[in-house]
Design a protein around this ligand. Sequence first.
Ligand SMILES: [Zn+2]
Ligand SMILES: [Zn+2]
Ligand SMILES: [Zn+2]
Length: 253
Amino acid sequence: MKITLLGTGTSQGVPVIGCSCEVCRSVDYRDKRLRVSVHLQVDGKSIIIDSGPDFRQQVLRERIRTLDALVFTHEHKDHTAGLDDIRAYNFSQHKDMPLYGEERVLEQLKREFSYIFSGIQYPGIPRVELHPITEEPFDVEGIRFTPIRVKHYKLPVLGYRVGDFTYITDANYISEEEKEKVRGSKVVVLNALRQEPHISHFSLQEAVDLLEDLQPERAYLTHISHLLGQHREVELTLPDFIRLGYDGLQFEV
Ligand SMILES: [Zn+2]
Ligand SMILES: [Zn+2]
Ligand SMILES: [Zn+2]
């Protein structure tokens, strides 16, 4: 399985519009963070988790020519705003795009993209096929996804384990029971917003503590704010098995 981090930034991205802090002014390409998303290439299938506002730019950058399905973690705009751009795949692949998400998440997509679901097949609108999921494992094009329930302050969000890879974003709580589903993963991607605690995201220290408990072989942090600090400097403070993710990072699991 080949994984590509399409975006590793928090909801505003990095740099932040109008900000002149040292992170936002950094010339290090690893300090340029689009909104979070990840691409999985597994058994000949191409699957993306979340389609944020930078979706178009991300799939062009990584030359993702085919897309078999989109899976959503939750309904926040930084994870869904780019949905309209799946039209390109509708045209090139001549099929509807399967979307996987919890009922609540799919309902929110219906509200935010009402023209897609109006029943009026206006030429050129995105064509989708909805697949409601629960906390039970499900298959996407024959690939097994195991949901990991996490909390984003009060909002229930799903992380996913696919084989030995686990992807969790927008969390600041995971139960002991759900941790068991993650254990044994070789690589974990986990959100870490900033140095200071936050109401709905793990801070850097909270993410490090959780990863030290989960003990994957490698871990990458994502959903990063400009308040975390510069990539180069923050990495020096981390245990060896934990690295900061950056946009375009690829690895095999
Ligand atoms: Zn988010
Ligand atoms: Zn800044
Ligand atoms: Zn969120």
